[in-house]
Design a protein around this ligand. Structure first.
Ligand SMILES: [Mg+2]
Length: 172
């Protein structure tokens, strides 16, 4: 199985069966921020996202793990009343390690949910936790992410040929 292949692949955070995750022993949902919880342009957390996160807080510990700055992350953390790691250096496992330690979690309780194969999914795979890929909420990316997308396209082409992963072919 490929290093970039996520455990699950869903259209968005609104399409994930969270009760299934709970049933599999997941207690902590770790979300990417940009293009997963909100658009690059959403300086504040979108209402739809807020509603979902608030609901999920009944069942899960919710954390944001972002490669973006503290300044970008803080309005989301405040609005949602949750914890998070900025400058998390995904695909390095630094941010995930920090979260695991701080909240005293086991790897089998953690899932990372994000829109990028070469940061979110790869970080999760390297850390050996469950990974969920979602499609990006919008077309607009940070500059660095624009470069990542080109690499991602190449990976997706290869994976599609091998029958591992194809855009729009969701699974769980
Ligand atoms: Mg993202």
């Amino acid at each position: 199985m490929g290093i970039f292949k996520p455990t699950m692949y869903k259209k968005s955070i609104f399409d994930i069966d969270y009760s299934l995750l709970k049933g599999r022993g997941i207690t902590c949902l770790i979300f990417d921020l940009d293009n997963t919880l909100g658009l690059i342009d959403n300086s504040k957390c979108p209402l739809k996202t807020k509603r979902l996160i608030k609901k999920l807080q009944d069942d899960f510990l919710i954390i944001i793990c972002s490669n973006n700055t503290k300044r970008r992350l803080l309005p989301y953390l405040k609005e949602l009343g949750i914890g998070g790691v900025s400058l998390s250096m995904k695909p390095a496992t630094y941010g995930l390690q920090k979260i695991k330690k701080k909240y005293n979690l086991k790897k089998k309780e953690m899932v990372i949910i994000g829109d990028q194969i070469i940061t979110d999914v790869l970080a999760g795979k390297r850390f050996k936790i469950m990974t969920i890929l979602v499609d990006p909420l919008g077309d607009k990316d940070l500059k660095i992410t624009g470069l990542n997308r080109k690499v991602e396209e190449k990976i997706l082409q290869k994976y599609e040929k091998r029958g591992l992963l194809k855009r729009g072919n969701y699974y769980e």
